[in-house]
Design a protein around this ligand. Structure first.
Ligand code: SF4
Length: 292
Protein backbone atom coordinates (compact mmCIF):
# COMPACT_ATOMS: atom_id res chain seq x y z
CA UNK A 1 0.00 0.00 0.00
CA UNK A 2 1.51 3.28 -1.09
CA UNK A 3 0.65 6.59 0.48
CA UNK A 4 0.52 9.96 -1.24
CA UNK A 5 0.32 13.49 0.11
CA UNK A 6 -2.92 15.49 -0.14
CA UNK A 7 -3.91 19.02 0.81
CA UNK A 8 -7.68 18.75 0.62
CA UNK A 9 -9.98 15.78 0.14
CA UNK A 10 -13.54 17.10 0.40
CA UNK A 11 -14.03 19.37 -2.61
CA UNK A 12 -17.02 21.26 -3.99
CA UNK A 13 -18.81 19.74 -6.99
CA UNK A 14 -19.61 21.95 -9.99
CA UNK A 15 -23.32 21.47 -9.38
CA UNK A 16 -25.61 19.23 -7.40
CA UNK A 17 -26.99 17.62 -10.55
CA UNK A 18 -25.27 14.26 -9.95
CA UNK A 19 -27.34 12.58 -7.23
CA UNK A 20 -27.60 15.82 -5.30
CA UNK A 21 -24.01 15.81 -4.10
CA UNK A 22 -22.58 19.17 -3.08
CA UNK A 23 -19.14 17.77 -2.30
CA UNK A 24 -16.84 15.03 -3.51
CA UNK A 25 -14.46 12.95 -1.42
CA UNK A 26 -11.82 10.50 -2.64
CA UNK A 27 -9.90 8.97 0.24
CA UNK A 28 -8.01 6.55 -1.98
CA UNK A 29 -6.40 7.14 -5.35
CA UNK A 30 -6.54 4.32 -7.87
CA UNK A 31 -8.62 1.17 -7.66
CA UNK A 32 -7.84 -2.53 -7.84
CA UNK A 33 -11.24 -3.82 -8.97
CA UNK A 34 -9.88 -3.98 -12.50
CA UNK A 35 -12.97 -2.92 -14.47
CA UNK A 36 -11.81 -2.96 -18.08
CA UNK A 37 -13.94 0.04 -19.04
CA UNK A 38 -13.06 2.30 -16.10
CA UNK A 39 -13.03 5.99 -17.03
CA UNK A 40 -10.71 6.81 -14.13
CA UNK A 41 -7.85 5.23 -16.10
CA UNK A 42 -8.02 8.09 -18.62
CA UNK A 43 -4.72 9.91 -19.16
CA UNK A 44 -6.29 13.23 -18.15
CA UNK A 45 -6.33 12.09 -14.52
CA UNK A 46 -2.55 11.52 -14.51
CA UNK A 47 -2.61 8.27 -12.57
CA UNK A 48 -0.66 5.84 -14.75
CA UNK A 49 -0.54 3.07 -12.14
CA UNK A 50 -4.28 3.32 -11.62
CA UNK A 51 -4.64 -0.32 -10.52
CA UNK A 52 -2.43 0.29 -7.48
CA UNK A 53 -4.43 1.72 -4.61
CA UNK A 54 -2.76 4.67 -2.91
CA UNK A 55 -3.99 6.06 0.37
CA UNK A 56 -3.88 9.77 1.08
CA UNK A 57 -1.65 10.60 4.03
CA UNK A 58 -3.46 11.91 7.10
CA UNK A 59 -6.72 11.46 5.21
CA UNK A 60 -8.98 11.63 8.24
CA UNK A 61 -7.33 14.75 9.66
CA UNK A 62 -7.62 16.46 6.28
CA UNK A 63 -11.28 15.44 5.93
CA UNK A 64 -12.02 16.71 9.44
CA UNK A 65 -10.44 20.06 8.61
CA UNK A 66 -12.25 20.25 5.27
CA UNK A 67 -15.63 19.57 6.87
CA UNK A 68 -15.08 22.03 9.70
CA UNK A 69 -14.35 24.79 7.22
CA UNK A 70 -17.47 24.19 5.10
CA UNK A 71 -20.03 26.91 5.66
CA UNK A 72 -22.78 24.98 3.90
CA UNK A 73 -23.82 21.44 4.77
CA UNK A 74 -24.66 19.02 2.01
CA UNK A 75 -24.31 15.53 0.64
CA UNK A 76 -20.74 14.31 0.20
CA UNK A 77 -20.23 11.84 -2.64
CA UNK A 78 -17.55 9.19 -2.62
CA UNK A 79 -16.66 6.54 -5.17
CA UNK A 80 -16.43 8.53 -8.38
CA UNK A 81 -12.73 7.95 -9.10
CA UNK A 82 -11.94 4.97 -6.88
CA UNK A 83 -14.10 2.45 -5.07
CA UNK A 84 -14.14 3.49 -1.38
CA UNK A 85 -14.62 -0.18 -0.48
CA UNK A 86 -11.48 -1.62 -2.04
CA UNK A 87 -10.07 -4.71 -0.24
CA UNK A 88 -7.62 -2.57 1.83
CA UNK A 89 -10.55 -0.79 3.41
CA UNK A 90 -11.38 -3.96 5.34
CA UNK A 91 -8.39 -3.30 7.63
CA UNK A 92 -7.84 0.44 7.19
CA UNK A 93 -11.45 1.50 7.84
CA UNK A 94 -10.75 4.94 6.40
CA UNK A 95 -14.05 5.11 4.55
CA UNK A 96 -15.84 4.05 7.72
CA UNK A 97 -14.13 6.72 9.79
CA UNK A 98 -14.77 9.33 7.10
CA UNK A 99 -18.48 8.43 7.26
CA UNK A 100 -18.31 8.92 11.01
CA UNK A 101 -16.92 12.40 10.40
CA UNK A 102 -19.74 13.14 7.95
CA UNK A 103 -22.20 12.17 10.67
CA UNK A 104 -20.40 14.19 13.35
CA UNK A 105 -20.31 17.34 11.23
CA UNK A 106 -23.87 16.98 9.91
CA UNK A 107 -23.26 16.02 6.27
CA UNK A 108 -25.09 13.51 4.08
CA UNK A 109 -23.46 10.77 2.01
CA UNK A 110 -23.74 9.40 -1.53
CA UNK A 111 -21.67 6.25 -1.94
CA UNK A 112 -20.89 4.56 -5.25
CA UNK A 113 -19.49 1.04 -4.92
CA UNK A 114 -19.15 -2.41 -6.40
CA UNK A 115 -18.33 -3.99 -3.05
CA UNK A 116 -20.42 -5.72 -0.42
CA UNK A 117 -17.95 -4.52 2.21
CA UNK A 118 -20.26 -1.51 2.51
CA UNK A 119 -22.66 -3.70 4.52
CA UNK A 120 -20.18 -3.45 7.40
CA UNK A 121 -20.98 0.29 7.59
CA UNK A 122 -24.76 0.14 7.53
CA UNK A 123 -24.85 1.30 11.17
CA UNK A 124 -23.04 4.56 10.51
CA UNK A 125 -24.90 5.06 7.22
CA UNK A 126 -28.16 4.69 9.16
CA UNK A 127 -26.92 7.21 11.74
CA UNK A 128 -26.18 9.71 8.96
CA UNK A 129 -29.59 9.02 7.41
CA UNK A 130 -31.27 10.10 10.63
CA UNK A 131 -30.13 13.65 9.98
CA UNK A 132 -29.20 13.99 6.29
CA UNK A 133 -29.81 12.15 2.98
CA UNK A 134 -27.88 8.97 2.27
CA UNK A 135 -27.80 7.40 -1.20
CA UNK A 136 -26.10 4.09 -1.89
CA UNK A 137 -25.50 3.40 -5.58
CA UNK A 138 -24.47 -0.12 -6.49
CA UNK A 139 -22.65 -0.27 -9.80
CA UNK A 140 -23.78 -3.52 -11.44
CA UNK A 141 -23.50 -4.07 -15.17
CA UNK A 142 -23.72 -7.82 -15.94
CA UNK A 143 -26.31 -10.30 -14.67
CA UNK A 144 -24.20 -13.17 -15.96
CA UNK A 145 -21.35 -13.88 -13.52
CA UNK A 146 -18.96 -15.10 -16.23
CA UNK A 147 -19.34 -11.82 -18.06
CA UNK A 148 -18.99 -9.83 -14.85
CA UNK A 149 -15.76 -11.69 -14.04
CA UNK A 150 -14.37 -10.78 -17.46
CA UNK A 151 -15.20 -7.10 -17.39
CA UNK A 152 -14.86 -6.43 -13.64
CA UNK A 153 -12.30 -9.12 -12.77
CA UNK A 154 -11.44 -8.18 -9.19
CA UNK A 155 -14.76 -6.77 -8.00
CA UNK A 156 -17.18 -8.81 -5.86
CA UNK A 157 -19.64 -10.87 -7.89
CA UNK A 158 -22.94 -9.53 -9.15
CA UNK A 159 -24.75 -11.81 -6.67
CA UNK A 160 -22.78 -10.39 -3.75
CA UNK A 161 -23.56 -6.84 -4.83
CA UNK A 162 -27.29 -7.56 -5.05
CA UNK A 163 -27.17 -9.29 -1.65
CA UNK A 164 -25.52 -6.19 -0.20
CA UNK A 165 -28.15 -3.99 -1.82
CA UNK A 166 -30.85 -6.10 -0.20
CA UNK A 167 -29.27 -5.78 3.23
CA UNK A 168 -28.89 -2.00 3.02
CA UNK A 169 -32.36 -1.50 1.57
CA UNK A 170 -33.66 -3.78 4.33
CA UNK A 171 -32.01 -1.46 6.85
CA UNK A 172 -34.09 1.37 5.37
CA UNK A 173 -31.32 3.01 3.36
CA UNK A 174 -32.06 4.67 0.02
CA UNK A 175 -30.32 2.40 -2.47
CA UNK A 176 -30.33 1.93 -6.20
CA UNK A 177 -28.67 0.52 -9.26
CA UNK A 178 -26.14 2.32 -11.44
CA UNK A 179 -26.52 0.42 -14.68
CA UNK A 180 -23.61 1.88 -16.57
CA UNK A 181 -21.72 1.46 -18.72
CA UNK A 182 -23.69 -0.77 -21.08
CA UNK A 183 -21.05 -2.38 -23.28
CA UNK A 184 -22.04 -2.91 -26.91
CA UNK A 185 -22.08 -6.60 -27.82
CA UNK A 186 -21.29 -7.62 -24.24
CA UNK A 187 -23.90 -6.32 -21.79
CA UNK A 188 -26.37 -4.58 -24.10
CA UNK A 189 -28.86 -7.43 -24.51
CA UNK A 190 -32.43 -6.72 -23.48
CA UNK A 191 -32.25 -9.81 -21.27
CA UNK A 192 -29.32 -8.42 -19.31
CA UNK A 193 -30.94 -5.02 -18.81
CA UNK A 194 -34.25 -6.55 -17.83
CA UNK A 195 -32.72 -9.03 -15.39
CA UNK A 196 -30.62 -6.40 -13.64
CA UNK A 197 -33.63 -4.15 -13.17
CA UNK A 198 -35.78 -6.98 -11.86
CA UNK A 199 -33.08 -8.12 -9.43
CA UNK A 200 -32.64 -4.55 -8.22
CA UNK A 201 -36.37 -4.22 -7.59
CA UNK A 202 -36.39 -7.56 -5.75
CA UNK A 203 -33.47 -6.36 -3.60
CA UNK A 204 -35.40 -3.26 -2.53
CA UNK A 205 -33.77 -0.66 -4.79
CA UNK A 206 -35.56 2.66 -5.15
CA UNK A 207 -33.97 3.73 -8.42
CA UNK A 208 -32.16 2.63 -11.56
CA UNK A 209 -29.92 5.05 -13.41
CA UNK A 210 -28.52 4.06 -16.76
CA UNK A 211 -26.55 5.27 -19.73
CA UNK A 212 -27.02 2.81 -22.60
CA UNK A 213 -23.45 2.94 -23.83
CA UNK A 214 -20.02 3.91 -22.57
CA UNK A 215 -17.62 6.81 -22.71
CA UNK A 216 -14.04 6.49 -23.92
CA UNK A 217 -11.06 8.74 -23.51
CA UNK A 218 -7.37 8.54 -24.20
CA UNK A 219 -5.63 6.02 -21.96
CA UNK A 220 -8.85 4.32 -20.94
CA UNK A 221 -9.65 3.43 -24.57
CA UNK A 222 -6.31 1.68 -25.14
CA UNK A 223 -6.62 -0.31 -21.90
CA UNK A 224 -10.18 -1.30 -22.77
CA UNK A 225 -9.27 -2.44 -26.28
CA UNK A 226 -6.34 -4.50 -24.99
CA UNK A 227 -8.70 -6.20 -22.52
CA UNK A 228 -11.23 -6.81 -25.28
CA UNK A 229 -8.50 -8.45 -27.37
CA UNK A 230 -7.87 -10.90 -24.52
CA UNK A 231 -11.47 -11.61 -23.55
CA UNK A 232 -13.48 -10.91 -26.70
CA UNK A 233 -11.27 -11.39 -29.78
CA UNK A 234 -12.37 -9.26 -32.72
CA UNK A 235 -14.43 -6.83 -30.64
CA UNK A 236 -11.90 -4.01 -30.44
CA UNK A 237 -11.81 -3.73 -34.25
CA UNK A 238 -15.60 -3.54 -34.30
CA UNK A 239 -15.57 -0.85 -31.62
CA UNK A 240 -12.92 1.11 -33.49
CA UNK A 241 -14.92 0.98 -36.71
CA UNK A 242 -18.07 2.14 -34.98
CA UNK A 243 -16.74 4.74 -32.55
CA UNK A 244 -13.31 5.89 -33.75
CA UNK A 245 -12.08 8.51 -31.29
CA UNK A 246 -15.51 9.47 -29.95
CA UNK A 247 -16.14 10.18 -26.28
CA UNK A 248 -19.84 9.26 -26.12
CA UNK A 249 -20.30 5.77 -27.51
CA UNK A 250 -23.98 4.79 -27.37
CA UNK A 251 -24.78 1.10 -27.78
CA UNK A 252 -26.55 0.15 -31.02
CA UNK A 253 -30.25 0.63 -30.37
CA UNK A 254 -29.51 2.85 -27.37
CA UNK A 255 -32.89 4.57 -27.59
CA UNK A 256 -34.76 1.26 -27.41
CA UNK A 257 -32.59 0.16 -24.46
CA UNK A 258 -33.27 3.45 -22.73
CA UNK A 259 -37.01 3.00 -23.25
CA UNK A 260 -36.83 -0.57 -22.01
CA UNK A 261 -35.13 0.64 -18.83
CA UNK A 262 -37.74 3.36 -18.31
CA UNK A 263 -40.67 1.03 -18.90
CA UNK A 264 -39.45 -1.88 -16.79
CA UNK A 265 -38.43 0.44 -13.98
CA UNK A 266 -41.76 2.28 -14.02
CA UNK A 267 -43.61 -1.03 -13.94
CA UNK A 268 -41.63 -2.04 -10.87
CA UNK A 269 -41.97 1.34 -9.15
CA UNK A 270 -38.33 2.36 -9.57
CA UNK A 271 -37.29 5.92 -10.21
CA UNK A 272 -35.14 6.64 -13.27
CA UNK A 273 -34.88 10.42 -13.67
CA UNK A 274 -32.18 12.26 -11.77
CA UNK A 275 -34.45 15.01 -10.46
CA UNK A 276 -36.90 12.45 -9.11
CA UNK A 277 -34.11 10.43 -7.50
CA UNK A 278 -32.65 13.49 -5.81
CA UNK A 279 -36.08 14.65 -4.63
CA UNK A 280 -36.90 11.20 -3.22
CA UNK A 281 -33.54 10.98 -1.45
CA UNK A 282 -34.24 14.32 0.23
CA UNK A 283 -37.78 13.53 1.29
CA UNK A 284 -38.26 13.99 5.00
CA UNK A 285 -35.19 16.18 5.45
CA UNK A 286 -36.99 19.51 5.10
CA UNK A 287 -35.43 21.32 8.02
CA UNK A 288 -31.91 20.09 7.40
CA UNK A 289 -32.13 20.77 3.69
CA UNK A 290 -33.19 24.36 4.18
CA UNK A 291 -29.53 24.76 5.12
CA UNK A 292 -28.46 23.61 1.65
S1 SF4 B 1 -14.77 -0.13 -9.20
FE1 SF4 B 1 -15.10 1.84 -10.18
S2 SF4 B 1 -13.19 2.98 -9.88
FE2 SF4 B 1 -12.75 0.80 -9.49
S3 SF4 B 1 -11.98 0.01 -11.45
FE3 SF4 B 1 -14.21 -0.37 -11.34
S4 SF4 B 1 -15.17 1.40 -12.38
FE4 SF4 B 1 -13.04 1.97 -11.86
Amino acid sequence: MQSIPAKTIVTRTKSEEWFGARYNMNIYRGCCHGCIYCDSRSSCYRNPDFDTVKVKENALEIIRGDLRRKVQKGVVATGAMSDPYNPFEQQLKLTRHALELLWAYGFGAAVDTKSDLIVRDRDILSDIAEQMPVLVKFSITAADEETAAKIEPHAPSTARRFAAMEQLAGAGLFTGLLLMPVLPGITDSRENIRELIHRAAAAGARFVYTYPGLTMREGQREYFYAALDREYPGFSARYQRRYGGRYHCPAPGAKALWELCQEESARLGLLTDMRGIIAASRQGYGEQLSLF
